[in-house]
Design a protein around this ligand. Structure first.
Ligand SMILES: C[S@@+](CC[C@H](N)C(=O)[O-])C[C@H]1O[C@@H](n2cnc3c(N)ncnc32)[C@H](O)[C@@H]1O
Length: 220
């Protein structure tokens, strides 16, 4: 989880260098990036987008622990199942004609494929946009000896009401993103994460299939 946030924030740093000044944290949960926004002085606005109930709870928690979000953070409560992201964010002050960076971490595995594709189509329609998200590979990509372990993890997630609804094969996903209008695709599996972030190497005992973090860019 730390590595996926680090990768996303590294991508954002490069995006800010090329002029991006608005970032969306889709399904923000307790993500703290907007509180740390190192580009606030450069003018980066961070829109935290989450289900209104989750966001209200987070705002209460922030107040309880005495954390005041900076002026560069905008909170937008949106129910992805019933509201259009485009319209809801315009009301919050986003300017879709400007390039936008999307953090979309810890959300895709819990969405159905149609909902994922609808969001990717929307992002692909925004010139200069960039998205970073994580996903998992399907069970059949794992060696037979690891499948029982993966199935047990999936059953545990389902038991707490957060079933894994979507998986992608890395080759298929890259093709799907290219066909949707994305370029600059960079997909890190466990071995790539361990190589790039040495601190992660110790816990990545088996660098076989597993979670991935991927970035994709829309031509500006
Ligand atoms: C597993 S959390 C991920 C939180 C954070 N991004 C992270 O990486 O740790 C999933 C997030 O998706 C949000 N979410 C789930 N369904 C949603 C919906 N229908 N509309 C808006 N947000 C939703 C939840 O409120 C939650 O904050």
């Amino acid at each position: 989880m730390a590595a996926r946030s680090r990768f996303a924030e590294d991508c954002l740093q490069a995006a800010v260098s090329r002029g991006v000044r608005q970032a969306l944290v889709l399904g923000a949960g307790l993500d703290t990036f907007s509180l740390r926004n190192p580009y606030a002085e450069a003018g980066l606005r961070v829109f935290e987008v989450d289900h209104p109930a989750t966001q209200a709870w987070k705002l209460e928690r922030l107040a309880e622990v005495g954390l005041t979000p900076p002026a560069s953070t905008v909170f937008a409560g949106v129910d992805f199942e019933t509201q259009s992201l485009g319209d809801a964010l315009v009301a919050a002050g986003i300017e879709w004609e400007r390039p936008t960076f999307f953090f979309w971490l810890g959300v895709v595995p819990y969405l159905r494929r149609e909902a994922i594709m609808a969001t990717l189509r929307f992002i692909a329609s925004l010139p200069g946009a960039e998205v970073v998200f994580d996903y998992s590979e399907p069970l059949e990509n794992f060696p037979p000896g690891r499948r029982a372990e993966i199935q047990e993890l999936a059953a545990r997630a389902a038991a707490i009401g957060e079933p894994w609804l979507s998986h992608f094969d890395p080759t298929d996903l890259s093709a799907l993103l290219r066909n949707s209008g994305f370029e600059g695709i960079e997909d890190l599996g466990l071995a790539d994460i361990a190589a790039r972030y040495p601190g992660a190497a110790g816990i990545l005992i088996d660098a076989g299939p597993g979670p991935h973090v991927i970035r994709a860019v829309v031509a500006g």
